[in-house]
Design a protein around this ligand. Structure first.
Ligand SMILES: Cc1cc2nc3c(=O)[nH]c(=O)nc-3n(C[C@H](O)[C@H](O)[C@H](O)COP(=O)(O)O)c2cc1C
Length: 188
């Protein structure tokens, strides 16, 4: 996590666009994978936090199989970080706090959109949003129970650094049972 913090700071300082955008891969219990971009909203010694709709496709896959993989690609630094780990929902209080820190439009949007469900039309979505905006006028918007954070607790982290002649550096950190991280170099 110290190594991640170092690279994270360098990426943030490099003013990379959407530095916190990461690919999140999940899989159903039958092994069918899916990946999509989400935003990293917190990182500390415990893990990597992102927010989403718990009833979404990713939410369904994580309920069946609470393991996932995150990938960052920081082109400007020729760096990739792959993080594999176990996923849990964050404390509802942390989801409340983050939900209420978002702009009102995003809060209403989260309530209005049944993420990953089939909907009949764009109009349906816009009408739902407008109606909710009217209903919720001047009221505190409650975080829907099906919207919140997940924390991915890492078990393997690979740091990839582009180098000339395709002889890239790949350093893989694996968490051992005793809590130590084993560090190995992988061939590029
Ligand atoms: C730059 C970018 C950032 C995104 N951030 C999030 C996010 O933080 N949370 C989220 O639920 N979806 C986010 N999305 C949308 C997801 O990629 C995805 O479409 C959505 O979560 C539904 O995925 P699912 O059907 O696999 O569950 C983002 C998309 C992009 C392109």
């Amino acid at each position: 996590m110290k190594q991640f913090a170092k690279w994270w700071k360098q990426a943030v300082d490099s003013k990379i666009d959407e530095v916190n955008a990461m690919t999140l891969s999940t899989a159903s219990s039958d092994g069918m994978p899916a990946a999509r971009i989400v935003l990293l909203k917190g990182v500390d010694d415990k893990g990597f936090t992102f927010f989403t709709n718990y009833n979404s496709y990713k939410g369904q896959q994580l309920a069946e199989n609470p393991k996932a993989c995150l990938v960052f690609f920081w082109k400007e630094l020729e760096r990739q970080v792959r993080i594999t780990g176990l996923v849990e929902k964050v404390d509802p209080k942390d989801s409340d706090e983050y939900f209420h820190s978002r702009p009102e439009g995003s809060q209403i949007g989260a309530v209005a959109s049944p993420q990953s469900q089939v909907i009949e039309s764009r109009e349906w979505l816009d009408d739902n949003y407008k109606q909710l905006k009217k209903d919720l006028k001047k009221k505190t918007i409650q975080r829907p129970e099906n919207w919140g954070g997940y924390i991915l607790k890492p078990v393997i982290i690979e740091f990839w650094q582009g180098r000339p002649s395709r002889l890239h550096d790949r350093l893989q950190y694996t968490l051992e049972n005793n809590g130590n991280w084993k560090i190995e170099r992988l061939a590029p």
